[in-house]
Design a binder for this molecule. Structure first.
Ligand SMILES: [Zn+2]
Length: 166
């Protein structure tokens, strides 16, 4: 697991926590782990974000949302993309994982279990509706490319699983 350095000015945490992931509105960009740094330098805020999967949440949207959230609080800002190290699903916080599950998306498993669930058909993914592990992969792609569609064989509910990405 790559632990990414994070430098976020405490004064900015409350503001950034209000900016949500465009695809998963219950998840803030802080929970998603995309904010690498946010610093106030001579009254201007400099934010660095790392994009998630390509084809997943539009980083332009996140950048604009950050700028406008900061503007509302009276800050001028500039947002920069940092591509390395690449974002992984390990960066999603515990709070973010709980929010995902409550939203009906199974949180990413660690890499090995993820592979077993997606490639070997092993029952590793927990149903977000009833908690059963008696679940089956329906499609490698759910509502977006970063999710897979599963179905619970106990309660019969379909649900998305957020794939592990390293
Ligand atoms: Zn179920």
């Amino acid at each position: 697991m790559i632990v990414a350095e994070q430098h976020i000015d405490e004064k900015l945490i409350g503001i950034l926590a209000q900016v949500s992931d465009p695809e998963i509105p219950v998840l803030s960009i802080l929970d998603m782990g995309v904010v690498r740094s946010a610093e106030i330098i001579e009254g201007e805020v400099f934010v660095s974000i790392t994009p998630t999967y390509s084809g997943c949440p539009a980083m332009d949207v996140i950048g604009d949302d950050i700028t406008s959230a900061l503007r509302k609080e009276g800050y001028k800002s500039s947002v920069k993309l940092v591509l390395s190290p690449a974002w992984t699903t390990d960066w999603i916080t515990e709070k973010g994982r709980r929010a995902l599950e409550e939203y009906g998306i199974a949180a990413p498993l660690e890499a090995e279990a993820d592979k077993e669930a997606l490639l070997d058909g092993k029952k590793r993914v927990k149903c977000t509706n009833c908690g059963s592990k008696n679940t089956k992969l329906v499609s490698q792609f759910g509502s977006t490319a970063c999710k897979a569609l599963f179905k619970c064989e106990d309660c019969l509910e379909p649900f998305d699983y957020f794939k592990c990405l390293k």
